[in-house]
Design a protein around this ligand. Structure first.
Ligand code: MLT
Length: 333
């Protein structure tokens, strides 16, 4: 192993979480994500690290960088196109501005359960990869899911009327922004890394993310209410830079592919379990869980009416309709 390689390993390791295998590996993968070490995203990253190192017989070492240490999710996705960051787990909503076709996973109310989302994601992974590889120079080796995004607020939101006037942060993508506009408010697009302090300082009144994130990001400290808006699941690809992937020998590409699928399956099951636990914990921590909005049918109707307006921003009408067919077939099987 060269001196330069040792030094590179040491300098990144001062920030990232490397296993001992990373130091003797032929290839290094930095794996970035935006959540802290208590979130299911991080558990998936650790599982991927273990499996890649096992299936590659230690020839690939993985260093994990949680909590946006390498930049926010959109910056990281841009670096992956250049191959300067090898891999990342990114919320689909934060990837869409760079890889629009991934937005088919975000159509409001497209899924009614995690199981539906899993079937759809498995069926979409290959056609999606063809598209995001040319759009953003990345491929998804696994697709993660963390349950529905739920709304946390300082004031109770039981109806659309209650939502009016609230300053709600959304991930910076058109589907989320336009959906909240359809519900009558101008949401505030903001990078994920800024959300907790914005809530704490009252810059925003609420945000939407999965139950498990309300725990791992301590939102219960600054939010009192939670409304189960079932509008979208948290889905997120485990991405590998196409440039890095194409530079691997075929047997190592297979090791990465296999590890990606298995890490995603592990995370999906774990998230389902942690979501149920989070509901009880949030109540114990003082939050009031309000359940679905009383007028949920109206939320659905307004959000669904926007679908055709999103097509242009999620890869075009042809792809959006093709993806809907793939999703419908997967969900009905
Ligand atoms: C977001 O709201 O930006 C994401 O859901 C955060 C995350 O990746 O967990």
């Amino acid at each position: 192993m060269s001196f330069i390689k040792i030094m590179a390993g040491l300098s990144v390791c001062s920030l990232g979480l490397a296993s001992s295998a990373a130091f003797s590996a032929d290839f290094n993968m930095r794996l970035s994500h935006g959540d802290n070490e208590n979130n299911p995203t991080h558990h998936a990253a650790v599982k991927f690290q273990e499996l890649v190192e096992e299936y590659s017989d230690g020839r690939i070492g993985v260093e994990i960088y949680p909590s946006n240490q390498l930049g926010d999710e959109q910056e990281v996705a841009q670096s992956m196109r250049m191959g300067t960051i090898e891999s990342a787990i990114v919320y689909t909503g934060n990837l869409v501005p760079l890889a629009p076709s991934a937005g088919v996973l975000m159509l409001p109310y497209a899924f009614t359960s995690s199981e539906q989302a899993w079937a759809a994601m498995d069926a979409l992974q290959e056609p999606l990869n063809e598209r995001i590889s040319s759009e953003a120079g990345v491929r998804a080796v696994g697709l993660l899911e963390k349950g529905f995004r739920v709304l946390t607020t300082a004031e109770p939101v039981r109806t659309l009327d209650d939502l009016q006037g609230q300053k709600i942060r959304v991930s910076p993508n058109k589907v989320a922004i336009e959906t909240f506009k359809a519900w009558g408010i101008d949401p505030i697009p903001m990078a994920w890394a800024e959300v907790f302090s914005a809530l704490q300082q009252g810059v925003i009144d609420g945000q939407e993310n999965p139950y498990t994130t309300a725990i791992s990001s301590n939102f219960y400290e600054v939010q009192d209410y939670l409304t189960e808006i079932h509008y979208m699941m948290w889905t997120g690809p485990l991405l590998v830079s196409e440039r890095f992937y194409q530079g691997l020998p075929e047997d190592l590409q297979e090791a990465v592919d296999r590890a990606g699928v298995e890490a995603a399956n592990y995370e999906r099951e774990l998230s389902a379990q942690l979501t149920e636990e989070a509901k009880n914990e949030l109540v114990e921590l003082g939050m009031e869980l309000l359940g679905p909005p009383e007028d949920e049918a109206e939320w659905q109707e307004k959000a669904r009416a926007n679908w055709p307006d999103f097509y242009e921003d999620i890869g075009g009408e042809e792809w959006a309709l093709e993806a809907q067919e793939i999703i419908a077939e997967a969900v009905n099987n």
